[in-house]
Design a protein around this ligand. Structure first.
Ligand SMILES: Cc1cc2nc3c(=O)[nH]c(=O)nc-3n(C[C@H](O)[C@H](O)[C@H](O)COP(=O)(O)O)c2cc1C
Ligand SMILES: O=C(O)C(=O)c1ccccc1
Length: 390
């Protein structure tokens, strides 16, 4: 047992000698501090969503429309015997949480993906490494323990896509997460107002620059000169956007790797059924944190119908709007097997590197642990819709 909730005791006892936690104890507090600490470009890129940002707001608001109805006097397990573990896509996790794939982490801190992979492994949860990482797959895989997955942005050059998948498989990834909702970049006013797209500065393209197939497309190695690097960036631009991927391509991905495949960015039950028919064993219900289609349905509102559509045929994960322990309990009650945690730990990374990521993740996991126990549950496995009063 992991006893994530023990963070409470740790802080209160340290408080006896006058110590207080170095960072805020809520996701909102981390965001507020990041707003005044990070550069406007970095903060705008992370906090920003598409257009009016109403889907980003809806993601969070949707959790507020569900209330937990805690059960009392059930003689449940002591805090140190509570079991938060789950198995998703064949991966055993100490809690139903993985860090969401987030690109270009060098924008906020040089430790970037290495910090996230290491801390997730230390805590026994999972991490999903972005294609748009600032650090090559092999280096991140080497420090990320056993429970990391690779997120694929399928480039318009299929041979580059296959190469990325083979590299991730060889580096020890336990699953491939194909992101379906980003055939191109969403309309993002905060970035547009600053004229800021990090990739054009060569940030977040380390997996391409280190890829033998991508490099074979370049006339001159990017290390040779500033002009050669600019050509590599333009080659990236020409291959990042890819509107041609279809459901049937999941079957092609299936041929490149034996790893389980999840498709991320699904909100329609028909799309969920189709990708499972094509060979996916997981679906991530997500609208990319409201960064792609503004006006889209809140992720939590899409969860129930998607979970009903796939039934026992696939695992269901959810992201977009997870901010506290009760949000995870709600998502699991509505049919998710686990959640991906996004922006709050990115603020932690920006504020204090690896320590900040650890802080943000421990706060979430402790809140989940305490909430679960107080609601009358001894394990995550026992959670079902009845916690919502049914
Ligand atoms: C700065 C940033 C970069 C992201 N980069 C990626 C990415 O490279 N690949 C991907 O599949 N999703 C990416 N996402 C989406 C996240 O994986 C996740 O779906 C989203 O952050 C969930 O919303 P929330 O953070 O508001 O909870 C990114 C999100 C943010 C905020
Ligand atoms: O910024 C994003 O949300 C994102 O997912 C992304 C990552 C790399 C390239 C383009 C978009």
């Amino acid at each position: 047992m992991t006893n994530f909730g023990n963070l409470q005791n740790e802080i209160y006892f340290a408080g006896l000698s006058g110590a207080v936690p170095p960072l805020p104890m809520t996701a909102a507090g981390l965001e507020d501090l990041a707003r005044t600490t990070l550069s406007p470009e970095a903060f705008g890129y992370i906090a920003g969503s598409a257009s009016t940002e109403r889907t980003a707001a809806a993601n969070v608001a949707a959790f507020g429309r569900h209330a937990l109805v805690p059960r009392m006097l059930r003689g449940t397990a002591a805090a140190d015997a509570r079991d938060l573990s789950v198995e998703v896509l064949g991966t055993r996790l100490a809690a139903p949480v993985l860090t969401a794939p987030v690109g270009v982490l060098e924008l906020v801190h040089p430790e970037a993906e290495l910090a996230v992979g290491e801390v997730a492994a230390e805590l026994g949860i999972g991490s999903v490494l972005s294609t748009a990482a600032s650090t090559p797959i092999e280096r991140v895989g080497a420090v990320s323990g056993e429970n990391w997955w690779f997120q694929l942005y399928w480039p318009s050059d299929d041979e580059v896509a296959e190469s990325l998948v083979c590299r991730a498989t060889a580096a020890g990834a336990k699953a491939i997460v194909l992101t379906a909702d980003t055939p191109g970049m969403g309309w993002r006013p905060r970035d547009l107002e600053l004229g800021h797209l990090p990739f054009l500065q060569g940030k977040g393209i380390a997996n391409y620059l280190s890829d033998p197939v991508f490099r074979s497309r370049l006339a001159v190695a990017p290390e040779e000169s500033v002009e050669a690097m600019q050509m590599a960036v333009l080659t990236w631009v020409s291959m990042f956007g890819n509107h041609s991927i279809r459901t049937s391509d999941v079957a092609r991905l299936r041929e490149w790797t034996d790893l389980p495949i999840a498709v991320k960015g699904i909100v329609h039950p028909d799309d969920a059924r189709a990708v499972v028919d094509a060979g996916a064993s997981g679906v991530v219900v997500s609208n990319h944190g409201g960064r792609q289609v503004d006006g889209a349905i809140a992720a939590l509102d899409a969860l129930g119908p998607v979970a009903a559509a796939v039934g026992e045929r696939a695992d269901v994960l959810l992201d977009s709007g997870i901010r506290c322990g009760a949000d995870i309990v709600t998502a699991l009650a509505l049919g998710a097997d686990a959640v991906l945690y996004g922006r709050p730990w990115v603020y932690g990374l920006g504020l204090a590197g690896k320590d900040g990521v650890r802080h943000a993740l421990r706060v979430l996991l402790a809140d989940l642990d305490v909430t679960l126990g107080l609601a009358g549950f001894a394990s995550v496995a026992e959670l079902d819709a009845s916690v919502l009063g049914g």
